[in-house]
Design a protein around this ligand. Structure first.
Ligand SMILES: C[C@H](CCC[C@@H](C)[C@H]1CC[C@H]2[C@@H]3[C@H](O)C[C@@H]4C[C@H](O)CC[C@]4(C)[C@H]3C[C@H](O)[C@]12C)C(=O)SCCNC(=O)CCNC(=O)[C@H](O)C(C)(C)COP(=O)(O)OP(=O)(O)OC[C@H]1O[C@@H](n2cnc3c(N)ncnc32)[C@H](O)[C@@H]1OP(=O)(O)O
Length: 382
């Protein structure tokens, strides 16, 4: 696997850091998640392929343990707001001094400088300041966040993983680590470069809900079917639009032209009425054989059972029976080799990991007695 041999320390966070660590683990890195002590469970639902140690970083001995782990690792992912790591004497200066090859990834909302750098925030705040949230939602309605996909995951976890991979690549030439300042405001904005640059093309320059891709256009919209489900229509180009009209059983000579903006509301009414006359399954049968960019809107469960996705094995089931997406993209020679084991429990691997990093049993016992670490898993085999 591409990242075989790469050792990553991930300090436990809420959502973006865990995705970043999971991607790297899926592609072969050895990821150790550092959980807090005295917590019953983790909120990390993206623990696939990771091991967990429970370590109290507030205790000086705990910070020393982390330093020792980082000396022997390639990457540290830290998800706290600016200044938290420095307060623990675990900032980049402290750690890079001991391991100049370390890649120190700082995944925050607002970045390491600027007036909001020390403020707390969540996905919705980051995408609001990136100028993006103002674009989501229907005409006349309040902006509505696309769950926490854009800030936390596209702009956060994924961008941070890209930064780490870039830094690992660069390190093969320079032999040096570096600090990655991954701000979710900037990551989300960067992912959305098309939106910024398409203003010039008059594609997305009208108010929210009146543009071609934001529910303004009748041919890029969802429609309710007779059984209360939905179809997604993405018939943007004229050739696909013609086939949409054909599939709906309409006659284009009796309709206004596709790009007549003033007629979009009327076209939407017509399409809405027709889609409501048949069930989703019937529309699927019709549009399965027509190249019109029309697809069913599926729930997560339906997506994993959808024939095309089954053809490609796009979803996997772990040993707990939990279904999730398999890693993407596919690499032909060195594909991801995903773990099907259940996610790690907090502190399940403390002993095994510490021994692997050179701690003796006596040292581990002492750390345990001082409540610096917790051992919640099976004993390591010596
Ligand atoms: C929208 C998403 C988030 C979605 C997540 C939700 C699904 C979940 C969020 C809350 C969960 C619920 C909650 O946990 C309560 C229940 C728990 C139960 O187990 C399950 C049910 C729950 C109801 C649970 C359910 C769900 O899981 C939730 C609803 C996002 O946007 S995620 C992106 C967030 N933003 C960022 O990542 C940006 C950068 N980070 C930050 O801005 C802040 O870290 C953040 C996230 C705002 C948190 O701020 P906070 O003040 O709490 O932390 P920091 O200032 O960063 O400091 C961290 C302190 O912790 C100390 N520390 C860290 N590790 C250790 C350790 N190993 N040992 C000791 N101490 C440690 C660290 O030193 C800091 O201490 P100080 O404050 O003293 O400096």
């Amino acid at each position: 696997m591409v990242l075989s041999g790469i050792k990553i320390i991930e300090l436990a966070g809420l959502a973006p850091g865990p995705l970043c660590g999971m991607i790297l683990a899926d592609f072969g890195a050895k990821v150790v998640r550092v959980d807090r002590t005295r917590i019953m469970t983790t909120v990390d639902v993206q623990g696939r392929g990771k091991r967990s140690i429970a370590l109290d970083l507030k205790k000086p001995e705990g910070a020393e343990v982390l330093k020792k782990l980082c000396i022997q690792s390639d990457v540290l992912i830290e998800p706290f707001r600016k200044g938290v790591m420095e307060k623990l004497s675990l900032g980049p200066k402290d750690l890079l001094q001991q391991n100049s090859k370390l890649i120190y990834a700082r995944l925050t909302g607002f970045g390491q400088n600027g007036r909001h750098a020390s403020k707390a925030g969540h996905d919705i705040n980051f995408i609001s300041l990136a100028g993006l949230l103002s674009n989501f939602g229907r005409k006349g309605e309040n902006p509505c966040a696309p769950v926490n996909l854009l800030g936390d995951f596209a702009g956060g976890g994924l961008m941070c993983a890209m930064g780490i991979i870039l830094a690992l690549f660069e390190r093969t030439h320079s032999g040096k680590g570096q600090v990655i300042d991954a701000s979710m405001v900037e990551g989300a904005a960067y992912c959305s470069s098309w939106l910024w640059k398409s203003q010039k093309l008059s594609l997305m320059d009208k108010p929210r809900g009146e543009n071609i891709l934001d529910s303004g256009a009748p041919f890029y919209e969802t429609y309710k079917t007779s059984d209360g489900k939905y179809m997604a229509v993405g018939a943007l180009e004229p050739q696909f639009y013609d086939r949409l009209i054909e599939g709906l059983g309409l006659n284009s000579s009796e309709l206004p032209p596709q790009m007549s903006l003033s007629d979009w509301p009327e076209l939407k009414r017509i399409f809405t009425k027709i889609f409501a006359s048949k069930s989703q399954a019937v529309w699927c049968k019709i549009f399965d054989n027509i190249d019109a960019c029309v697809t069913p809107v599926l729930s997560l469960q339906e997506a994993s059972r959808y024939p095309h996705n089954q053809d490609r094995g796009s979803f996997i089931t772990d040993e707990d029976g939990q279904v999730s997406p398999r890693p993407a993209p596919h690499l032909s020679r060195t594909p991801a080799c995903v773990s099907l084991a259940r996610d790690p429990k907090v502190g399940e691997h403390t002993e095994a990991v510490l021994m692997e990093y050179g701690f003796t049993r006596e040292q581990i016992n002492a750390l345990q007695c001082a409540e610096v670490i917790e051992l919640n898993g099976p004993k390591a085999k010596l």
